[in-house]
Structure formats: C-alpha cells, structure tokens
Design a binder for this molecule. Structure first.
Ligand SMILES: [Zn+2]
Length: 318
C-alpha cells in the first residue's frame, strides 16, 4: 500500500489492534510524566519514558552494529509490523517504508527507513525529507545523524512525530533570526537561541532549499573517522512553505551520560531533545534533571559561539 493520509490512519488502527507491544507502549504514553523547564525564556519539556531505554542506551559503535541484526531491514522486522510505501520523485529503486514506531515518544510516531540497507547519510536525500514533510503535513520530520542520536546508523531512515509536540515549533517564529542569504526565494537564517549553531531554511520550493542545504553542508567540518558533519534536522510544511532547522553538533553524548554514580544522566540527545523535549528513560534522571543540567548538556553537544561565527562568516562570504 502506498502512503496517503487515509492509509496512514488505517495503518495506525490496524497496528495498534494487532501488535501488543506497540499498543502497550502507545497506551503507556498516556501515563508518562512530563515537566516544564525554561532556559533564557525558551520553553522545554522533560519526558520520563521508560520504553526509550533501548534507544537511549543503544550501542552504536561499529562492532556492536556489525554484531546485531538490523531492525530496520524488512527481513528482520517483526512479522506483525506493516508499512506504507513512499517513492520520492519517481525514484522507484529506492523506496521508503513508513512504519509505526513501536517505542513512541509522540502520540503518533513514525519511522521511515529506506528499503535497502544503506548508511545513515543525509546528502542526496534532503529533498526526500522535504517531500515527505509535505506528504505528512500533520507531522514534523526529523533526521538524526549517525553520531547524533540514530540508533541504526547503518540503515538510512527518517522519523516523524505529530506536530504540536516539540516545543520549538511554536517558539520558532518568535526567535531572533539573522538572514544570511537568499536563494531563488528560499532564505537561510542563523537562529539565535539557547542552541548555538542553529540554522533554518524557509522555502516554498524544494530545489532552492536543497541548494542552500548543500551549501551549508559543504562548509561544515567532518570529524576524523566520520562520514558527515554532525547534525540533527527537523523539517515541517506549513502554509505552503517548508521550514527546516539544522542543529550543528559538536558531540554525540554529553559527559553526564558517562559519569559514574549520582551525577550520571542517561540521556542521549537526538532531534526530539533538540526540538525541546528531553527524554529520560530512567525515573531517577527525570526527578533530578533541571534547567541547570539541560543547559550544560545543550552547551556541550552543540558547537560553541566561536565555531558558530566561523560558519556564519563563511556562509555570508559565499
Ligand atoms: Zn538494515
């Protein structure tokens, strides 16, 4: 079956009726604890979500990845898991499958892998992200880089969650932005917020946004041993425009993740956290975490102001 909103509604209904684990995890979302946090006027939420322990503590080093069966490959998925096919721009050799995520954070949470087992690398696929965000207008799409929260760095995938959940969606229009340049009606901004290295692209045309994305991608450093610049990307479609947020990252996991004893916080930041909803799979961390630790985590995993200015200057000079 192909992706359209009618089939997607039917898929949710069918999967929650037939797949006990998914149903239990979606039901459990109604009871998750959530608290509000504010940093410099920016509103965030913390969600205590025990079902996310698998993802947050996922071993993503290359040996661990080699030794496990890929859970996004069709042959390894549970029998009960069904999906909808999405073909981007007639590229019939590389279809995506829209799946219900059985370990949800959002009341509606999708995982959208490519059919083929291919590394998590965004270059050449950003257009698919925008096209999918128009196709899934009630959702925000997100991409976690291989060292920025993806628990399957070896199998290319997007995720999507229903709009109205990530706190940045409503706050984005009120954040200060510096316009860096235009490209055929598409605009690139440096967004001033608690996240250093946050850029946004606003465009009504996919191709002009892709050109801006490729320009910024080409200017970002790639760390030794890695295959792409570290980033999280959010994208949604609203009133005929695509809005894309690009968070340039410096670090995979903050020191709190590795700390011993009381100062340990099991939180592995990905797009959802960058979107303003911090996920703690352990209740002790949910109880402990405050705006102080969240600010430390954000400062540590994002690039610093100097690096941000370097990128801005290069973009302006382009
Ligand atoms: Zn795979």
């Amino acid at each position: 079956m192909i992706l359209n909103s009618q089939n997607l509604t039917a898929l949710f209904k069918e999967q929650l009726a037939c797949w006990e684990q998914a149903k239990n995890n979606y039901d459990a979302l109604n009871g998750v604890l959530v608290k509000d946090v504010e940093i410099d006027g920016f509103k965030l939420k913390v969600q205590f979500n025990p079902a996310r322990i698998i993802s947050s503590s996922a071993k993503v080093d290359s040996n661990s990845i080699k030794e496990r069966k890929c859970f996004l490959c069709r042959e390894n998925r549970p029998q009960v898991q069904k999906g909808l096919e999405y073909i981007n721009e007639g590229d019939i050799d590389n279809p995506y499958t829209v799946l219900i995520n059985p370990f949800p954070i959002f009341p509606k949470h999708l995982t959208i892998p490519l059919l083929g087992h291919t590394d998590q690398l965004i270059l050449g696929r950003f257009d698919a992200m925008l096209n999918l965000s128009r196709e899934l207008e009630e959702y925000t799409l997100f991409y976690n880089g291989p060292k920025c929260g993806a628990s399957a760095p070896d199998h290319f995938h997007f995720q999507a969650g229903n709009k109205g959940f990530l706190t940045i969606e409503n706050q984005y229009s009120n954040l200060n932005k510096e316009k860096l340049f235009d490209n055929k009606g598409a605009k690139l901004f440096s967004v001033k917020s608690i996240f250093k290295g946050l850029f946004s692209i606003e465009s009504s045309c996919v191709q002009s946004a892709v050109e801006i994305f490729e320009k910024i991608y080409g200017l970002l450093p790639i760390k030794e041993g890695e295959m792409e610049p570290m980033m999280n990307i959010l994208s949604w479609y609203e009133g005929g425009s695509f809005i894309t947020l690009i968070y340039v990252r410096d670090k995979h996991r903050p020191h709190h993740y590795f700390a011993e004893g009381d100062s340990n916080i099991l939180l592995s930041p990905a797009s959802v956290d960058m979107g303003g909803v911090f996920i703690t799979p352990l209740e002790k961390d949910y109880a402990k975490i405050s705006n102080k630790e969240i600010r430390e985590i954000i400062d540590e995993i994002c690039i610093d102001e100097q690096e941000e200015n370097n990128i801005i200057n290069k973009l302006k000079a382009n």
